[in-house]
Design a protein around this ligand. Sequence first.
Ligand code: SF4
Ligand code: SF4
Length: 333
Amino acid sequence: MSRIITHEKLKQIVDTLIADGKIVAGPVAAPGSRFFFRTLTKPDQLVLDPSVMPTNSVKEFFFPQHETICKYRYEGKELIVSDSEPFAADQFVFGARPCDAASLPILDKVFAWDYQDRFYQKRRENSTVITLACRQADENCFCTSVGLAPDTQAGADAMLLQIDAETFEVRTFTDKGNTLFDHQTTPSDKTGQTAAPPDVRFDSKNVEKYLTEHFNDSVFDETSMRCVSCGACTYLCPTCHCFDIVDEGGAAKGNRVKNWDTCQVSLFTLHASGHNPRANQSARQRNRIQHKFCIYPGKFGLILCTGCGNCTRDCSASLGVRPLLELLDKKSR
Ligand code: SF4
Ligand code: SF4
């Protein structure tokens, strides 16, 4: 026996959460037939369509583009530094793609590694993630190549699976998911639909081994000629998590902030001396692939990629990681 919920009932839940002062996020329609994860101000903004592939990732609700970590000011000659408190509001993220939510347990590792990032951790503790199982994969999807699937549970507190335009099956995986949907569903013998899993495009173990043994492979020289170093692939990636810490303000007072950064631009590794250890785009592309498919698995036992395809779908050069991984896999055989 499954549990089902109507679209109307889901909108009522969202309405109540917003009225209670909770942060509620989900896919919202944008100009140009695009969809972005945004904070909702009313339930009608939420687009719960499993064929929609939002441009950005839900990581923004856990690791925002810009966050103040402390404030400083001078009183006379004395420097006063005060910590900023982490964002503490309860938040609910609806309609995340399973491959997007699957990034969260992967990111948990790095944000609780040598340094406990309480800003990220507090948002994780206070958030409930409700995924929407995919109904169709496009040519850029490769979740199955990294061990995931269109109904992967990783990172989700609950999952919605579309039965028809007005009805969803509800599956809950955690106490947070149970609490949200307690007394909101009705029993049914209907079950939701998921997309046929996309074909496996490469063997990630082969790729990892090949990367370990071929650091200077020419594949990066050839493919990086197309890359314009815009960084879009990293900003839209659910698992990319580089940031820079800078002081914004004046000499007398200001904020120390954490801003997203990207390994795809030359300034990322430029030393004060003028030396740049990743002096060209080939080295920067290599770093991205090495980090995701060799270094992170070696350190944490997890691939730093969920196969969402965002990096290819929105790359103006149609690059992203998948074409490179397919080439590396071919070369490894
Ligand atoms: S791979 Fe594509 S999205 Fe990424 S930096 Fe290069 S051009 Fe931009
Ligand atoms: S590297 Fe590309 S496919 Fe992998 S998680 Fe990031 S955006 Fe998605």
